[in-house]
Design a protein around this ligand. Structure first.
Ligand SMILES: NC(=O)c1ccc[n+]([C@@H]2O[C@H](COP(=O)([O-])OP(=O)(O)OC[C@H]3O[C@@H](n4cnc5c(N)ncnc54)[C@H](O)[C@@H]3O)[C@@H](O)[C@H]2O)c1
Length: 373
């Protein structure tokens, strides 16, 4: 595994503030925890973002890539790809990096439904980028495409569809690099994927699961826009489907109501609070309820997940793994899977943990020591 002392961090962002200024603005960490690394943080100045405001309407910074012609307000999708590839090459050169991992921890974009005509074959995706198809090619796809073409593993930390399309799987395989996604599993969904197995293993019936959140940081502001929230909603709703499986046990899970809400509430900033109400039925159909109230901290939960995903993706690349890395599902809310072949994602937290440990053993040259159910 790469040593943390050997890592150099870089970033793109729509806002020009360096990492020290961004950390002070975010108010996640106390100044006493930021001050000792102030100089290192000040060195991390974001590169200009490949940004299309139609995808994230609630933010509007100035640190964005300029169009190459006066008839456009933003670069075309293909120009974005080329500019991002230049950024990666320059960063590699200037910092003397032997390897790079690219992780998307940028805003949740509006929902881009998978479109067979553009997203199923690599050549169709490339043609759409060259034709500047802004509706079906999100800026995040340009980042992923650029990273993979530059031989860098790519991780999607937001719920965007970006690499959850066959064209990107083909590209990752062709370039021989790992991809993973999507959406960091940090707060409410972590609890959900850990608690739902209690219900299924005891064969309790589920009538409904209502999840709501309040959140006041910039992520909360972006998700306050319905089109952006829809991307998150699809990701959060998918968690229960394969743990409480109505097709296998219709009498228990054939007809439950699952609702997820996120409410923007600035006074809480990064300190997110989630409530879950679970309506269950036990023996002889007697009803019961479980209430979970998690007062968490969004970034405190997410930062180690982001770092682990980078280190493990780098390890996977060095071990010669390419394409979708299902064993990283432990860290992800809506794990990638080949839906074109009817493959089911693994959402069950303890199965995901077994997959993670088994893969690490395999990469270390040991036999898997735990069987999956
Ligand atoms: N617990 C968590 O923090 C958590 C959990 C799961 C998923 N996520 C997802 O991770 C992402 C980041 O969360 P956050 O709380 O750090 O959000 P944030 O709003 O604090 O930071 C996102 C940054 O991305 C920038 N950005 C937007 N579009 C960009 C683009 N095209 N290129 C470059 N920069 C761009 C924005 O300017 C912003 O500064 C979100 O999509 C969020 O839903 C976070």
């Amino acid at each position: 595994m790469a040593s943390r002392d050997d890592i150099v961090f870089g970033a793109w962002d729509v806002y020009p503030q360096n990492a020290y200024q961004a950390a002070m603005y975010a108010q996640v960490l106390d100044e006493k925890d930021i001050a000792p690394v102030r100089q290192e943080l000040e060195q991390i100045v974001p590169m200009t973002a490949a940004f299309d405001r139609n995808y994230v309407k609630r933010i509007d910074g100035s640190n964005v890539k300029a169009p190459l012609s006066s008839t456009n307000t933003i670069p075309t999708r293909w120009q974005m790809v080329e500019m991002l590839r230049d950024d990666i090459r320059r960063f590699r050169r200037e910092h003397g990096c032997s390897r790079i991992v690219v992780l998307w921890a940028a805003s949740t974009e509006i929902y881009v439904p998978v479109d067979e005509q553009v997203h199923y074959r690599l050549e169709d995706l490339e043609a759409a980028m060259q034709a500047d198809d802004r509706r079906r090619v999100a800026p995040s796809m340009c980042y992923a495409y650029a990273a993979l073409r530059e031989g860098c593993p790519f991780i999607m930390g937001a719920p965007n569809t970006t690499v959850d399309i066959p064209a990107m799987w083909q590209l990752a395989a062709a370039c021989g690099v790992p991809i993973s996604g999507k959406d960091f599993k940090t707060g409410q969904t972590l609890v959900k994927s850990g608690f739902a197995p209690i219900i299924s293993t005891r064969c309790l019936a589920l009538d409904g699961w209502f999840s709501t959140n309040i959140l006041g940081n910039r992520d909360g502001l972006v998700l306050d826009e319905p089109e952006n929230f829809h991307t998150k909603e699809v990701s959060k709703l998918s968690t229960l489907e394969t743990i409480l499986d109505g097709s296998r046990q219709p009498e228990l899970y054939g007809d439950y109501y699952h609702k997820v809400r996120i409410n923007y509430y600035p006074p809480r900033n990064d300190n997110k609070e989630s409530w879950d109400n679970i309506d269950l039925r036990g023996w002889l159909d007697y009803p019961m309820q479980v209430k979970i109230n998690f007062l968490c901290r969004d970034s405190i939960l997410a930062a180690p997940v982001a770092l682990d995903l980078c280190l493990l993706s780098d390890l996977a690349a060095r071990a010669g793994c390419s394409g979708t890395q299902c064993w990283l599902s432990f860290f992800l809310k809506s794990p990638m899977h080949d839906y074109t072949r009817g493959e089911q994602p693994v959402n069950h937290l303890y199965q995901q943990y077994t997959m993670l440990k088994n893969k690490l053993r395999e990469l270390g040259g040991y036999a898997a020591d735990e069987a999956m159910d």
